[in-house]
Design a protein around this ligand. Structure first.
Ligand code: GLC
Ligand code: GLC
Length: 811
């Protein structure tokens, strides 16, 4: 069953039933000011950091679900309703929510009044703008009362939820005409405030939550709205809110547009005050003035749409598959922007207080983003590398506001450093900007410790080399990519974190075959980079270590039909047919296949056939089999999940593209394509009622075959799946692959595709690429013609910036 449809021309997903099986959300903003908004207007806003600068309050996992948001209440005679159905849930005559690129439009009708709310964060603006259009489609004159509503968060989203003995006494606001200012803690150490305005004189307002709702009423029954009478309350402590009340008369056929601005301001210390206890409002007023007419809002909105059209024109495909096109051209790239912005911090599953920017996560996110805005990717690489330690180890996460490593989570995830090689080389391959390697970058953000970025790649590489175990394979540390394979944790205390506790590490023999494959792939990349830089000695040294790793995997990492997953603390095998549960795992088979280890001897083919046979199911490829059915103290969190969920035999979508890429190494385009479709949201849209989460973005996990409800997805939006799937489909299926000095064309497709086209902008030139497949092949380019002339191999040389180039490829 579906709850809406794709409007491809507008790049929108249109939700036609507000009762989606889970709140289906969108993100507004892509630089500093952000909002999350659901299809029923739930959600919240923050500035840069969802933990430290939360602007409006949200209660996660509430009853009912998705309670709290930015609401408009319309009172028409005795009927009170919301354009987005919630929170009043008054039955609407019509409802539609359109989630687009950085904006959402919610439209509802009731008793002849149509209300349409357009929400977006204009480019370069620290505010969310809401344009509300009210249309009288009835034959009679309407006298409406409109109430806006937001609830302020007292800035730190964590203490806001726990430190009530303080919080209930600190709240402060100022009301100035139609603008409500939230200035809690501004009197002391904060240099920021928030505001909520409307571009018309108001007929009343409220800023005290209890006065607005009544202590025992819910969001669906605010007392002032029910009474049709604002109280002009001014909050002192307790919970400050902002609500404007406007009386609106509409003749038949008449419509009115109102503009609301929810913004954030920072003032320098000596500019904080206008007069004693009165905040300096200059910046807020300037922003409000930029959007004080509907015309100005429309112009800003057109600017946002043009911005996205331009961004998405960098990579565009036309294939025989409409559902593939809409993912690749729009939604997958859009999701990559969102994961670039947030890493794993704020979604409807990530609370915004638990996690900052992940070292491994943010590096991987770059491979889906770097072609969009390379300059921002560049800065990100430098920010991430700055949290590394001199020995190559790194903080697992950093806080977006401070850009400093997060001590609470610490370090010790031994895959982390290698992803920096991926992020950096992906950036250079996209841009040709080798100069980034000369940028001075500190260790652990300590001034004076700077070395050229290249030095960070060297210590990343060496961190593996210096931490090898008894089989010459990489020591796993706290965990590798699989956060939940905690081989040194040995926790019997439910109050310990699996992620940060190491009860044993001294003398640990725990080694990872996943890191071994990863090291082989990115170690080779590092060696190739060294060669390009003329550092032949370093290239040879690196190659020697990579070769040794390949030997170690071949010798101690092969289980007969697939690659082992790991050795545990004691040196026993994990992911082997000798085990009772957890005999085979996806990650090591993905990475060792991508590395082509034993390709010539048939190991890759065998491994991937075993994956197909043992891990594949209707909804995707599960992580391991058989699932763990009991807690193994020596394996940690992985065995804490019931079978079929998360890292214990769930379909952890992030790693499915590793198998897809592995299949393309073998040239099995049909299989790569089959795997791709299984987890791709535009293909699972018809089973939205089972799948549950948004049909326009990837979810981290789909319940596996052992689960209670296989096929049910969770944790949508913030997942490495977005970047990896874009990378897999664009570079390995469609086969358009940026390299240091050229574009490589190496498709691996379904034999049924006869032709497809790709428009790719690359280093300032535009490439129109047509791939023809007259013989129904899966892989193997037989000829490439660039601007009418045949070229050698499957390589398109870099064209002059500004030029347009026609490429014809025949398989
Ligand atoms: C989560 C984490 C990621 C980890 C993965 C597997 O998605 O964000 O860092 O690799 O889980 O455990
Ligand atoms: C849990 C999750 C895992 C995630 C980790 C990070 O272990 O299962 O996916 O990466 O938390 O906090």
């Amino acid at each position: 069953m579906q709850y809406g449809y794709f409007d491809d021309l507008k790049r929108e997903y249109v939700i036609t039933d507000p009762r989606t099986p889970w709140p289906w959300i969108n993100y507004l903003g892509n630089e500093d000011f952000f909002s999350l908004i659901s299809n029923t207007a739930g959600g919240y806003s923050f500035y840069k950091d969802a933990k430290f600068r939360r602007i409006t309050r949200y209660r996660y996992n509430n009853v009912p679900m998705d309670s709290g948001g930015k609401y408009f209440y319309i009172r028409d005679e005795d009927t009170v309703w919301n354009p987005g159905w919630k929170p009043c849930k008054t039955t609407l005559d019509a409802y539609e929510c359109r989630h687009g690129m950085g904006y959402t439009v919610i439209r509802g009708s009731k008793n002849g009044i149509e209300a349409e709310v357009l929400c977006f964060v204009p480019l370069k603006t620290q505010a969310e703008v809401q344009k509300l259009t009210l249309r009288n489609q009835s034959g009679t004159t309407k006298k409406l009362k409109l109430f806006s509503f937001v609830e302020w968060c007292l800035w730190n989203a964590a203490t806001d939820m726990e430190n009530f003995q303080r919080n209930f006494s600190t709240g402060e606001v100022e009301v100035d005409g139609s603008v409500i200012y939230h200035k809690t803690e501004y009197r002391e150490r904060r240099n920021h405030y928030a505001y909520y305005s409307v571009n018309q004189p108001v007929d009343g307002y409220d800023t005290d939550r209890e006065t607005f709702f009544g202590l025992y009423n819910g969001f669906d029954e605010p007392q002032t709205v029910m009474d049709g009478a604002p109280r002009n309350s001014v909050a002192h402590g307790w919970s400050p809110v902002a609500s404007h009340c406007l009386e609106i008369n509409l003749d038949p056929g008449e419509s009115k547009e109102l503009v609301f601005v929810l913004g954030y301001v920072e003032n320098a210390q000596d500019e904080k005050w206008e007069s004693r206890n009165i905040i300096n409002k200059d910046k807020a007023k300037a922003t409000i003035a930029r959007f004080d007419t509907a015309g100005k809002v429309d112009e800003a909105f057109a600017g946002l749409r043009a911005y996205w059209d331009n961004l998405l024109s960098n990579f565009n495909v036309r294939t025989p598959e409409e559902k593939l096109d809409r993912m690749v051209n729009t939604w997958n790239q859009y999701q990559c922007m969102i994961t670039f912005c947030f890493s794993r911090s704020a979604s409807y599953f990530e609370s915004g207080i638990g996690r900052g920017m992940g070292f491994r996560d943010s590096n991987q996110d770059l491979i889906g983003f770097v072609h969009q805005i390379p300059e921002r990717a560049r800065q990100r690489i430098i920010d991430i590398a700055s949290t590394q330690f001199p020995d190559g180890a790194c903080y697992h996460q950093y806080q977006p506001l401070t850009k400093k490593g997060n001590n609470e989570i610490g370090q010790g995830f031994n895959d982390d450093p290698l992803w920096l090689i991926l992020g950096t080389t992906a950036y250079i391959k996209e841009t040709g900007d080798f100069a980034i390697l000369d940028e001075p970058v500190p260790f652990d953000n300590v001034p004076g410790s700077e070395v050229p970025l290249f030095g960070h790649l060297t210590v990343s590489f060496d961190h593996v080399v210096n931490n090898l175990g008894p089989h010459g394979l990489p020591l796993i540390g706290r965990a590798d990519w699989n956060d939940c394979l905690n081989l040194n944790c040995f926790s019997s205390d439910p109050d310990e974190s699996f992620q940060t506790t190491e009860n044993k590490t001294e003398g640990s023999k725990a080694e990872s075959l996943m890191i071994a494959g990863l090291f082989t792939v990115y170690g080779r990349d590092y060696a190739e980079l060294c060669k390009r830089l003329g550092r032949d000695e370093e290239a040879a040294r690196a190659q020697k270590h990579v070769d040794a790793m390949v030997d170690a995997v071949t010798k101690s990492g092969w289980d007969g039909e697939w690659f082992l997953r790991a050795y545990d603390y004691f040196g026993n095998k994990i992911g082997s047919r000798e085990n009772e549960e957890g005999q085979i795992f996806i990650e090591s088979n993905g990475w060792c296949s991508m590395a082509g280890i034993g390709l010539g001897e048939g190991l890759v083919e065998k491994a991937l056939d075993s994956v197909k046979e043992r891990l594949d199911c209707e909804h995707g490829i599960v992580l391991n089999q058989p699932a763990y059915t009991e807690y193994h103290i020596g394996y940690g969190e992985i065995s804490s999940y019931p079978p079929g969920y998360k890292e214990n035999a769930g379909i952890f979508c992030h790693n499915n593209p590793w198998i897809i890429i592995g299949e393309t190494v073998l040239g099995r385009g049909d299989r790569a394509w089959e795997y791709f479709r299984k987890i791709c949201p535009s293909y699972t849209e018809p089973i939205s009622d089972l799948h549950k989460v948004e049909p326009y973005v990837y979810a981290q996990m789909i319940a596996g075959k052992d689960a209670f409800r296989p096929g049910e997805a969770k944790n949508s939006w913030l997942t490495g799946t977005a970047a990896w799937n874009f990378y897999a489909v664009s570079q390995y299926i469609l086969g358009i692959r940026p390299a240091y000095d050229r574009l490589e064309i190496d498709p691996c497709i379904s034999p049924e595709w006869k032709t497809y086209g790709v428009t790719r902008k690359f280093r300032g030139a535009t490439y129109h690429i047509t791939v023809n497949n007259p013989g129904g092949k899966m892989k193997g380019v037989s000829s490439v013609i660039v601007n009418g002339k045949p070229v050698e191999g499957n390589v398109v040389p870099v064209q002059p910036a500004g030029s347009v180039c026609e490429v014809e490829v025949i398989l």
